[in-house]
Design a protein around this ligand. Structure first.
Ligand code: ATP
Length: 199
């Protein structure tokens, strides 16, 4: 599995549609300070489902939409499209090429799609979670983040390892199932109260 291309439209400083073609192996993005190198990495994290504005170096989620410059007005939406080569079947989907897209509108609406089919954020996260590109995004190490990894608590460090090993997904599912069970138990107790009141 490798990332084949990344297209940015209205995402941060990329007002015009810009496509980066990536080959297997190492890709380096070079450019002057402030030219948008980190914005490319932000786009990658964003299209894969990143939900934290802070992780995307913004104050609020809408900050990913092109805010305009002196010569160009602000745009109303941001879109990022990521194409992944899945010839080795690393992603659990019957396609040798997978295209994930995410669009955000300035009014707050958001859309995701996998291979052109509209889907939920959860579907994108589930698709990627076994590939090592989990929702915690530990595969993207930003400037200064290495210090954070080194200074992490033992629990935090365990989180990194669990995600890399693919355990985190199951832990999250277990937590969700336990929460549902608790809610069900509360409903049952309520039902028992009502039944005894009726007797
Ligand atoms: P450095 O080498 O200094 O780390 P960089 O190449 O990584 O820089 P980025 O941080 O990716 O640069 O890009 C910063 C630029 O992106 C700034 O000029 C900033 O104004 C612009 N930018 C960020 N968000 C938006 C937005 N929503 N609309 C327009 N421009 C934006």
């Amino acid at each position: 599995m490798h990332l084949k291309s990344l297209t940015l439209r209205g995402f941060k400083s990329f007002a015009s549609s810009t496509t980066l073609h990536l080959e297997p192996g190492i890709t380096c993005v070079v450019g002057p300070n402030g030219s948008g190198k980190s914005n490319v990495v932000d786009a990658l994290a964003w299209v894969m489902g990143e939900q934290g504005a802070k992780s995307l170096r913004g104050g609020k989620m809408e900050d990913v939409i092109f805010a305009g410059t002196s010569g160009r007005p602000a745009l109303g939406r941001a879109e990022v499209v990521l194409t992944i080569d899945n010839a080795d079947g690393a992603l659990p989907i019957e396609y040798s090429e997978v295209t994930i897209s995410r669009t955000m509108f300035r009014n707050g609406g958001s859309e995701y799609s996998i291979n052109g089919q509209g889907c939920r954020l959860l579907d994108v996260q589930e698709l990627l979670s076994d590939s090592g590109i989990g929702r915690e995004m530990h595969v993207i190490v930003g400037q200064g983040q290495l210090d954070g990894v080194l200074a992490a608590t033992p629990e935090g460090r365990r989180g990194f390892i669990e995600e890399a090993a693919g355990v985190l997904k199951h832990r999250k599912r277990k937590e969700k199932a336990l929460r549902k069970l608790e809610a069900m138990q509360a409903n049952l107790t309520r039902l028992q109260d009502l039944t005894s009141e009726l007797r």
